[in-house]
Design a protein around this ligand. Structure first.
Ligand SMILES: [Zn+2]
Length: 541
């Protein structure tokens, strides 16, 4: 039992905006009141619900491949030495599993969503997720280039497609459905892409990216999954792609959807030399469509590693940069590409990208519908979130950074014209309450009775002037796990999964089809629930 006294509480879900209020914890949950127990004096501090990351890449085959591809960033990385409280670990752009938990919790984040899991490597992904201490996790299953699903859409069998998606989500022990470059990753198996929403996907007559998107959004809603279809739009990263993004928003047609890393999808111009920000246009369209949420995918200058199922984009990035390139094929489900990258403020394209992420965060008017991400490690490491918070809360500081950009870049962005400063309450929404709601995790992102006791306590005026870098305390499930930014105790995180309704007949259909299309046997394909040693089934809506 624990009582936190004297702190200013920011709990936007419960309408609490900086009031000094006690927060009481018993048995890992927030409770209205309690007698006895220990207490923390949080006078001069602010109390937030633990951070929630709606889109990150922290485990699985692709990330492991990336770890092997960039040993140079790991040699230079922060090292966590083995102590009585923790295992050893290595930072760098693709931290090891233990270090991932220490770095997230050390910043005050207590729940993360691994945003791209091929079903074929789900077993491996869950082993790594299990290894990541301190934070709770969810994971999303890649579905927009799955040939079993696409073949059913081609045949017009939407009901059976729904049953297959439902079965596959449970087979992967996933939490939701991810769509990456719908149709484009399938086409990449023939060295092609899917650049237009309404043209047939390579190998199909009737299946188009638009049809994949609308069908999956419909299926996710029909299955009542707590998190909407999580969509990485076509034409990521390409000049002029804002048209595709806005067209995609229409295709979703009133269904729920979450648009991932929209910074990478808000560009104007005809080519790399004329590329410019179209954040105003995208934000206007987004503000008008209340069925949508998004995450920012902010780019910060410095090292990154781009990792995505979007194989054709990664090949293009490799051709543009000449950097190292890795490509993975995942049978008939998906693919993956990896290219290490450095964002430079002197580079015109990179400067525009940096501005676009911040512009969208400032131009999207409802903080409940936009979440803070860097699409780690694609735009920057997640541990750099405090830098973004500073840029959002301090307009003067932000404008000073814009002035350092090349004049040519400044003409192609609108960031210098934006005066908005996020309030503390809005930061709590952006980093915790909003992403928890978007994920459908009702026990996360707030400090009302019944919530998981994930609480982060920061100094109101931190010494280095940058909020979030070093929390005074992080409490996970009622236990103090971080003090002054240092890990003091290591707890295992849980994994939330969903078990949507599914027609029993579908297993027979898949069993018969399986040996014709997979190298793995049907019996070995589904991940057993027992493998997830800390699994918890989250109810569907
Ligand atoms: Zn991503």
């Amino acid at each position: 039992m624990l009582r936190i006294t004297g702190g200013k509480v920011y709990d936007p879900s419960n309408g609490i905006d900086g009031a000094v209020k006690d927060i009481c914890i018993a048995d890992g949950k927030i409770v209205a009141d309690l007698d006895g127990g220990s207490s923390i004096d949080a006078t001069g501090m602010v109390v937030f619900p633990g951070g929630v990351d709606v889109h990150t890449h922290v485990a699985g085959g692709a990330l492991n491949f990336a770890r092997g591809l960039v040993p140079e960033t790991q040699r230079a990385a922060r090292k966590f030495l083995h102590t009585s409280d923790r295992r050893s670990g290595l930072g760098g752009m693709t931290p090891t599993t233990f270090a991932t938990g220490y770095l997230y919790a050390g910043m005050g984040w207590t729940t993360v969503n691994e945003a791209a899991v091929p079903i074929l490597s789900a077993r491996h992904t869950h082993e790594e997720l299990h290894d990541i201490p301190l934070v709770d996790k969810t994971s999303l299953v890649l579905m927009a280039n799955n040939e079993l699903v696409l073949d059913l859409l081609e045949a017009g069998e939407i009901e059976r497609a729904k049953q297959v998606v439902s079965w596959l989500v449970w087979a992967a022990k996933g939490y939701g459905v991810k769509a990456v470059n719908p149709g484009g990753v399938t086409a990449w198996k023939w060295g092609k892409n899917a650049n237009t929403l309404f043209g047939p996907v390579e190998g199909y007559q009737k299946v188009t990216p638009a049809r994949i998107i609308s069908s999956l959004a419909e299926i996710v809603d029909a299955l009542k999954l707590p998190h909407p279809l999580h969509l990485h739009c076509n034409n990521l990263g390409v000049p002029g792609n804002v048209a595709t993004t806005i067209e995609t928003m229409k295709v979703i047609d009133g269904h729920r959807a979450h648009l991932a890393h929209i910074q990478f999808h808000a560009y104007g111009g005809d080519d790399w030399s004329s590329m410019r920000s179209e954040s105003v246009r995208l934000a206007d369209a987004f503000n008008a469509q209340k069925n949508l949420t998004a995450d920012a995918g902010v780019v910060l200058f410095g090292n990154a590693v781009t990792i995505t199922a979007d194989g054709p984009w990664q090949h293009l990035l490799y051709e543009l940069t000449g950097h190292k390139w890795g490509n993975l094929d995942v049978e008939n489900e998906t693919g993956c590409g990896i290219v290490p990258y450095v964002y430079k403020d002197r580079n015109l394209v990179n400067a525009v990208q940096w501005a676009v992420g911040l512009e969208l965060l400032l131009l999207i008017d409802d903080p409940w519908r936009i979440c803070l991400t860097t699409d780690h490690p694609n735009g920057a490491g997640f541990w750099r979130y405090p830098e973004i918070v500073q840029l959002l809360t301090d307009a003067e500081f932000r404008k000073a950074q814009v002035k350092k950009l090349p004049p040519k870049a400044q003409q192609r962005i609108v960031l210098a014209d934006l005066d908005r400063e996020y309030t503390m309450s809005e930061i709590a929404i952006l980093t915790s309450a909003g992403p928890a709601r978007t994920l459908g995790l009702s026990q996360k992102g707030h400090l009302g009775p019944g919530a998981d006791a994930d609480v982060t306590i920061y100094h109101e005026k931190p010494e280095n002037g940058r909020f979030f870098t070093s929390p005074r305390y992080v409490i996970k499930g009622g236990q103090i796990v971080v003090e002054d930014g240092d890990v003091r105790a290591t707890t295992a995180g849980r994994e939330f999964v969903v078990h949507p309704a599914c027609d029993d007949q579908i297993e027979g259909y898949l069993r018969e089809l399986f040996p014709k299309v997979y190298t793995m046997s049907f019996e070995n394909y589904p991940v057993e629930i027992e493998r997830l040693r800390h699994a918890q089934i989250q109810p569907c809506l």
